[in-house]
Design a protein around this ligand. Structure first.
Ligand code: ADP
Length: 280
């Protein structure tokens, strides 16, 4: 389990200081629809939220931006299949003085009134996922069974999860009993003009170059389901733009960031490489 926003002094105890989890400078987030207003309304109702969309489509950046805008601390957890409920809620640690309880990131967030972002929650096992249930309904509590404590969530606490609908299958999906505890916002790659603007801003390349990258991505995205599992994400376009901005030949940059990462199939690589050479 990753504790993404590890505070600078490494302290993750229950007395963790909320300031250490605050985002100090405004993250750049380009609003695509009405998502910021809708999220703000959901936060006012302390509604648990699910951000749905493919990888690299801006979900993490959005939650960082909203935490900054709402002036809430943000605690992010990258979920994975080895994660246990104790990784989220906490555990007893042994040290020279005996045993000591250490809160997990979810408990820290619930106590301090942070926004807790569980990234790719579907990766976690279902017995891990259910620990969030009592926090997502009117009870807003978190039972620490091993410690024999019932934590009442701080009034400002909110839980947010991300979910990539493309990856799910019957064996690995959120149960309806989990899904139906959340309001949801859809994320997708932005329209070409908006994505061009984002790339130019994020990487420093000119709009013409950014526009070409977006057009290459558009072509690759049309191949999703026809040999490609996922299209080229905005994140990969940002990588390409960063390399080009540093002076790397655009074809090499695109090959390295837009083609090689997403497919090993030689024919598909050829197809994508020729899309690149149509523009650069
Ligand atoms: P996700 O969490 O959906 O996997 P991220 O939020 O990490 O994706 O987005 C990947 C990158 O794409 C970000 O670091 C940012 O550079 C860029 N990005 C995507 N959408 C936006 C947006 N709407 N505004 C600003 N940057 C964006």
């Amino acid at each position: 389990m990753l504790f993404d926003q590890t505070p600078q002094n490494g302290n993750s105890d229950s007395n963790a200081n909320a300031d250490e989890y605050r985002i100090q400078t405004e993250p750049y987030y380009r609003t695509v629809h009405d998502e910021a207003n809708l999220y703000e309304a959901a936060y006012k109702a302390r509604m648990p939220m699910m951000l749905k969309g493919p990888t690299g489509s801006g979900k993490t950046r959005f939650v960082e931006y909203m935490a900054w805008k709402l002036q809430r601390p943000l605690i992010s957890v990258a979920c994975n299949e080895d994660m246990t409920a104790s990784d989220l809620v906490g555990r007893y640690l042994l040290d020279k003085d005996g045993t000591r309880w250490q809160d997990g990131p979810l408990t820290t967030a619930a106590r301090m009134g942070a926004i807790c972002y569980l990234d790719e929650i579907v990766e976690a096992r279902q017995d891990t996922t259910v620990v969030i249930h009592p926090l997502t309904d009117h009870r807003r509590v978190l039972p620490l069974e091993k410690k024999g404590e019932l934590v009442e969530a701080h009034p400002d606490f909110q839980i947010v999860i991300s979910y990539n609908p493309g990856y799910q299958n019957l064996m690995k999906d959120l149960k309806q009993s989990t899904k139906q505890r959340f309001g949801a916002l859809d994320f997708d790659y932005p329209d070409p003009e908006t994505e061009t603007e984002i790339l130019a801003h994020e990487t420093g390349v000119d709009r013409d170059t950014a526009g070409k990258l977006v057009e290459i991505a558009q072509r690759a995205r049309n191949l999703k389901g026809h040999g490609l599992d996922e299209g080229i994400s905005t994140r990969l376009l940002v990588y390409a733009g960063q390399l080009i901005h540093k002076g790397v030949d655009p074809r090499d940059a695109c090959s390295m960031t837009l083609v090689r990462p997403i497919t090993d199939d030689p024919d598909m690589r050829d197809t994508l490489d020729s899309a690149v050479s149509a523009f650069f």
